[in-house]
Design a protein around this ligand. Structure first.
Ligand code: FES
Length: 55
């Protein structure tokens, strides 16, 4: 995935934003959601958030 790819379409959150949240200390999907709003709506991006956490 590229930095500018959108992970969460509902909230238009990019890979770059998610990686930044992880870099800042987010260690769970819930923590990423708190910081970025990704995953707050339909939830289909959750598995992508998990994948980015594992990277
Ligand atoms: S795509 Fe992330 S909540 Fe819908």
């Amino acid at each position: 995935m590229h930095d500018d790819d959108i992970v969460c379409y509902c909230r238009e959150v990019t890979v770059k934003t998610i990686r930044h949240a992880i870099h800042e200390g987010a260690r769970t999907v819930e923590a990423i959601t708190d910081i970025t709003d990704a995953g707050l709506e339909c939830g289909t991006c959750i598995e992508h958030l998990e994948t980015l956490l594992e990277d």
